[in-house]
Structure formats: C-alpha cells, structure tokens
Design a protein around this ligand. Structure first.
Ligand SMILES: [Zn+2]
Length: 87
C-alpha cells in the first residue's frame, strides 16, 4: 500500500489551525509538493501531517465522496466475500 498514487490521509499540523479544523482528508499528493483532497481542499506540504493509522476526525466530505466512488468502482464486491474489519 505504498504506491505513490494511492490516496494519502493528511491533516494540517498542530498549530496551523485550531484542533476542531484538523480533520483528516483523503488526498492525492501533487507533483510540486502538497496535497489536494477529495473535498478540493489544498494542503501545503509544509503544513501537512500524514496519518498512517485510523487516527483523528475524518473529513466528512472526503469520506462521503470516497464511499460514493467505491460503490461505483466495485459493484462486484457486493457479491463477493466481505472484507474483514478489525475490531
Ligand atoms: Zn476533506
């Protein structure tokens, strides 16, 4: 899961904005540095903190867009085995 084009979970570093605005966006890295999120927020590389675990409050807009895209992209998954979810 380390392919460079894989969506990256990113939030703003502590101190850049208030804690309430540090939601975790689903982003793609940009060639010139920085990230653009599914919700179209742009994060400068210097201000961004990569999240490797399921930490932090997710951006609800990013989460919704990702869910809608995955439903369209993987219709066959509905008939296959469900992926195991860690408790
Ligand atoms: Zn977002």
């Amino acid at each position: 899961m380390s392919a460079p084009d894989y969506p990256v979970r990113v939030r703003l570093r502590a101190g850049v904005v208030g804690e309430a605005k540090r939601v975790v966006h689903i982003t793609m890295s940009l060639p010139g540095g920085g990230y653009v999120a599914l919700c179209e927020v742009r994060l400068a590389g210097a201000d961004a903190e990569l999240i490797s675990d399921l930490l932090g409050m997710p951006c609800m807009v990013c989460t919704r867009i990702l869910a809608l895209r995955s439903q369209v992209a993987d219709p066959a998954e509905l008939n296959g085995p469900r992926p195991e979810v860690e408790p």
